[in-house]
Design a binder for this molecule. Sequence first.
Ligand SMILES: O=C(O)CCC(=O)C(=O)O
Ligand SMILES: [Fe+2]
Length: 313
Amino acid sequence: MSDIHNNLAVANNSALQQARALDLPSRNEMLQRAPAVEQFWYSNRLLLERAWHQWDEQNTNLGQWVNESLISEPLRNAIALAWEDPNKEQEVANLWEEVLPGVYQAQLFDPAKLSLLRDYLSAAADAKIPLRPPYGIALNRNGGMLDKRSEGYLAAPSFQAFYKLIMDKYMRPISRMLFPESMGFDSQTFGFSIQYQDGMDTSLRPHTDASTATMNVNLNVPGETFKGSEVDFFNPKTGKVTRTVFAPGVAVLHRGSVPHAAQPITGGSRTNMVLWLYGERMQIPRGTLPTRKADANVRWTIPTVEKDDIAPF
Ligand SMILES: O=C(O)CCC(=O)C(=O)O
Ligand SMILES: [Fe+2]
C-alpha cells in the first residue's frame, strides 16, 4: 500500500474509532431537545459521515444486498417499463390499490428478501456509531434519520444509494401519477425509520405530515408478528376511519394532508421506514382543487433542483 493510501486508511479508521468513543447527550437532554443535543450532531457531522463510510466498507457482506433486487418483482418490472416509455405507466398504477381517497397500497419489497435489509439495518443500529432517532424518541433502538439533510443520519453509502433509488426511481414518479398536484412540490426528500415495541415507543397521536406525499413501508419480515399498532387513516369528508395493518414489505403511499394515527402496540415489534417528498423550502401544495396531470414524459423525470437543507425535525 502506498503511503498516501495507508494514511487515508488510518484516518478513516480513526474516524470510526473516534465516532464510537463520542459521549452522547443524555436521554433526558435528547427528549428535551436541549441545545447541547443539536450542537452534538452538528459539530460531529463530518466525523460521523466518515465513520459510516468506514463501517460500510467493513460490512460489504451486508450492504451488497441492499439494492433494487429487494423490490417486489411485478413493481420492479412495471417501473422499468414506465421509465422506458412513460405512456406505459398504467402498469405501475394497476399495482396500487386505493384504500381510501388519497391513500394507496402496494407491495414494494419482496417479503422473501426483506431480511437482507433488516440484517443491514440491525447491524447499523449495533455499529455503535451515534445515529439520531426521529422526533425526541431516544428509547428507539432501531429508529434513525435516513436523509442527508438530517444531522446524525445513516450516512453509509450503500444505504444512501438505495434510499436515492427508492425516492427518485419509485416514490416520486408514482406520487406524481397518483397525486397530480405533487408535481413541483417534490424535489426535496426526507426519511426516517421507526421501531415500535411495547414498553418503548408505542403509538402516534392523530396528525398530518408536513409532506406532499408520504410513503410508509412495513419492514417486518414474514412471521414477525405484532399486536395492535394499526395505522388509522381518517377521511375528513365522511369522518370514516380506515384501519390498516400492513403486511411485510407493503407500502402505503398517501398525501401528507390525510390525517392518520398509529394505535398502541401491545405485543411484538413493528419496524417501518417513512419517506417524505416536499418542495423547496418545505413547500407543499395548498388548496383542494385537483390539478391536471402533467404530461407523462414530464412526470417520469428526476428534478435537477438542488437539495436544500431544511428538515422538519
Ligand atoms: O406508525 C406509522 O406507521 C405511522 C408513522 C407516521 O405517521 C409518522 O411517523 O408520521
Ligand atoms: Fe405521519
